[in-house]
Design a protein around this ligand. Sequence first.
Ligand SMILES: Nc1ncnc2c1ncn2[C@@H]1O[C@H](COP(=O)(O)OP(=O)(O)OP(=O)(O)O)[C@@H](O)[C@H]1O
Ligand SMILES: Nc1ccn([C@@H]2O[C@H](COP(=O)(O)O)[C@@H](O)[C@H]2O)c(=O)n1
Length: 672
Amino acid sequence: MYTTDFLDLPALRLAGGSVRLPGSKSISNRVLLLAALSEGTTEVHDLLASDDTAVMLDALAAIGCTVEHVDARTVRITGLGARAPRSPAKLFLGNAGTAMRPLTAALALMLGDFTLSGVPRMHERPIGDLVDALRQLGCAIDYLGQPGYPPLSIAQGGGVPPLQLAAPIQVRGDVSSQFLTALLMALPLAAREQDVVIEVVGELISKPYIEITLALLARFGIAVQRQGWQRFTIAAGSRYRSPGSIHVEADASSASYFIALGALAGSGDGVRIEGVGLDSIQGDIRFVDAARAMGAQVDGGDNWLQVRRGSWPLKAIALDCNHIPDAAMTLAVMALYADGPSLLTNIASWRVKETDRLAAMACELRKLGATVEEGADFLRVDPLPAAADWRAARIHTYDDHRIAMCFSLAAFNPARLPVRIEDPRCVAKTFPDYFEALFSVAQAQSGAVPVICIDGPTASGKGTVASLVAQRLGYAFLDSGALYRATALAAARAGLVMEPGNEAAIAVIARQLPIRFDGERIWLADEDVSEALRLEATGADASRISAMATVRTALLDLQHGFARLPGLVADGRDMGTVIFPTAPLKVFMTASAACRAERRHKQLISKGIDAKIDSLRADLEARDARDQSRAVAPLKPAQDALLLDNSTLTIEETVAQVLAWWQERQPFAPVG
Ligand SMILES: Nc1ncnc2c1ncn2[C@@H]1O[C@H](COP(=O)(O)OP(=O)(O)OP(=O)(O)O)[C@@H](O)[C@H]1O
Ligand SMILES: Nc1ccn([C@@H]2O[C@H](COP(=O)(O)O)[C@@H](O)[C@H]2O)c(=O)n1
């Protein structure tokens, strides 16, 4: 997951290959609560690991369920059954509507004292219609802040008041279908001696989500009779029974980004999406119809979809999006690539989601250059047909995962402009590895993967700085010196002396180098050689073999392979001059020999390695001289490199300078 302040997506061109989607958020949190209310243990497979499921799991543990993490995608829940929940309990539910609403309803029917709160935005998301319905029943539930919104208090430590079950329980259905879902999941707890009837007031929105709820209730032993979408009856004697084991389908709304990707850029066989198919129980699968209407070619089976580009430009669409409220945001970005204005209607529910999505989408689309009309419950988006119409935009994401994900599609713009996604971490709500998945199937425009080169002499700090710059930008990091060091180490282990007569044999070793980078650690085959590589003797050997032309050639492909989405920071001696000569930023980093010797001395002492500063200085000067004077790829600044002497700078100041130079090269307007 990218946890950087922003993530710059370079211009993208084509998409192909296969992605496996994470489990559905809606199904995951429903299944967790149903398992918690059941008697017995439920093993939940393919569970989404995300912020929203994490808060639900924490809450279930807090009220006394046993939660065991079997592996990254499997959790075992032992439910409460007939037991009362642990009380008092304070539950923090982040910004997870799928946790706040159903937990409120379930706990309101149980013995105990509970408070339910969330992040500030959660306290702006309405819950009054659900609370009204629960109060009708007789539950003791109060607002702790603004009436109509969380945080809430449920105070039934002394006992659950007698519930008014004779008359139908009325709930509004036109603000959020989650209120009805919450009651449907909670009221089986009350349907012991008599049927419980729920009546929906107003037109029910997002009906497909109710279908998911009913399907999952059935898996946990609860049959609900439905008369149209207005009246739901839970039979007397209902009791939750664990199915023992249950699989969570992949998220159909998450599929929308990859369906769109296929429609925009799917080349060859296009994009294959694993984990959700055309027969999905999730309403958002109907996004496929909308994508087809815009021109996408979509095939699918039980548990897979395959999407290719069809009509181009895409066809404009006018669609009532009530049935796909979440996935419809993806259509708004696809509309930029259409042959005319697109109109998305019946999306008023966007206003009460993670943010006011209607306002947010309009604002961010305009930043890209689009003309957008925003109504109370609709959005009209004009396309951007010509490259000159597009603007390089910093997309603000409002702590809303779907905004981050759908705007990534703007990176396919014909102007070849990068797109900056602010706070990319917000995708953790439903799809923590979204950008990794995107980069695994998307291809950059040729030469568009950005590379920052940092070259310089020994101990100038280029490795330290390059790695920090890479971290801040979410880019890959290439420590090219490690490749020469690893080759030298492998050659020494093979009994070779680093002299010209052994060049051919050392080049063979370099070409087949079984090197693997794993975070801070470096492996040669199955041995962790991180420490051995940093020895001064290994550095000196590396310097000797690095003068051999065939060894350098043998390491070329390996180094080029590091240039992948979303970008690379590479440090070495010839990054800017030979390996990435067209890189948009080249820095030549130096510091005085005295300063470098002192730094290296401190570095070694801190690792418990004894060293003399004078001999260190002599060694590094000898190494620099050899690196500068060799015939192939000598150490020198590229013609267009910026010089950075950091003798008097701290590490942070040096990093800040490199980042500042990088920002100067970006097309985004300065932050105003
Ligand atoms: N201003 C600075 N910028 C960068 N590094 C610094 C700075 N001040 C101190 N250092 C320290 O200098 C030491 C040498 O840095 P580093 O190993 O990154 O250098 P290098 O140029 O990559 O060396 P080599 O070429 O041997 O791999 C590190 O311990 C680092 O923390
Ligand atoms: N691009 C590069 C990187 C390194 N070398 C040689 O390897 C030696 C070790 O490098 P470190 O950066 O890890 O110290 C170095 O002295 C160079 O001789 C190179 O030639 N080209």
